[in-house]
Design a protein around this ligand. Structure first.
Ligand code: G1P
Length: 289
């Protein structure tokens, strides 16, 4: 069955970026001049996704507005002959069909995904977490859909992390079955280094079979008192199987201040209008330090 729908949880409070996120959703903070969530939606669309389901909360309506038409602005840009800018905002408004579901209480990632149950129905879907930007010529979600189509099992994106970072991630255990592909037998949300099954971390991309909703409904609050997606996946894995896929690409943690700056520099370096000045400026900074 082809994968047509993507869930993008975007209800988090963004406390790590206060005061910037007091009023502005963290998902709209820009990497150069594009909001982080626009990169995420583009990855989904470039991977063949037709419908985006945002899980939003209070104060997040600007996200949905960002992907809508802005008739006054469009008219102004047209009148002023600013065609490139006009095209850039028309492109955003025409990316895909979008739905937003409100998560009334922030009860964790698992609960956020469960909120999409009725809109997803009975088909497999992608989950993309907005903090994880992955840069690769083949979009990360596309790579994962290909793995899903080959193995017919739910897929978690994996990346090796340094030992000290293990407690920040969902961590898996399993055995290799193909290049970059693992059959998983363990999943633990944010374990201590001592009890972690490996240093293979789950990064924010998942292909999930619709059976996940049944497991999410039965999942009790776990780590941090939240309903954890990893806990529901771990139980589903025992019955349905689950594969992990070490994706190709560079991942940026846009939910972290340093990762956010790294992404801004890296994406700036890929921009012809900015790269030469940015390079020269960084050389200057390094010389002066
Ligand atoms: C979430 C998941 C975790 C995963 C991480 C990837 O955690 O719960 O399993 O490893 O995303 O970014 P969060 O970073 O939202 O606390």
């Amino acid at each position: 069955m082809s994968i047509r729908k993507a869930v993008i949880p975007a209800a988090g409070l963004g406390t790590r970026f206060l005061p910037a996120t007091k009023r502005v959703p963290k998902e709209l903070l820009p990497i150069v001049d594009v909001p982080t969530i626009q990169y995420i939606v583009k990855e989904a669309v470039d991977s063949g996704i037709e419908e985006i389901i945002f899980i939003t909360g209070r104060g997040k309506s600007a996200i949905v507005d960002h992907f809508d038409h802005a008739p006054e602005l469009e008219r102004k840009l047209e009148e002023q002959g600013k065609h490139e800018l006009l095209e850039s905002i028309l492109e955003v408004a025409n990316m895909a069909s979008m739905v937003s579901v409100r998560q009334r209480d922030p009860r964790g990632l698992g609960h956020a995904v469960l909120c999409a149950k009725d809109v997803i129905g009975d088909e497999p879907f992608v989950v993309l977490l907005g903090d994880d930007l992955v840069d690769d010529p083949t979009p990360c979600s596309r790579q994962m859909i290909d793995v899903f189509n080959k193995y017919g099992k739910s897929v978690a994106a994996l990346m090796r992390v340094a030992e000290e970072d293990v407690p920040k991630f969902g961590i898996v255990g399993g055995h290799s079955i193909d290049e970059r592909v693992y059959e998983l037998d363990t999943m633990v949300e944010k374990p201590d280094v001592e009890s972690a099954p490996s240093n293979l971390a789950i990064v924010g991309r998942y292909i999930l079979k619709p059976e996940i909703f049944k497991y999410l409904e039965e999942t009790k609050p776990g780590k941090g008192g939240e309903i954890q997606l990893t806990d529901a996946m771990a139980r589903m894995m025992k019955v349905e199987g689950f594969v992990g896929y070490e994706f190709s690409g560079k991942r940026y943690d846009a939910g972290d201040k340093f990762g956010f700056l790294q992404a801004n520099i890296a994406y700036g370096m890929k921009r012809r209008d900015i790269a030469p000045r940015l390079k020269a400026y960084m050389r200057e900074l390094i010389k002066g330090s």
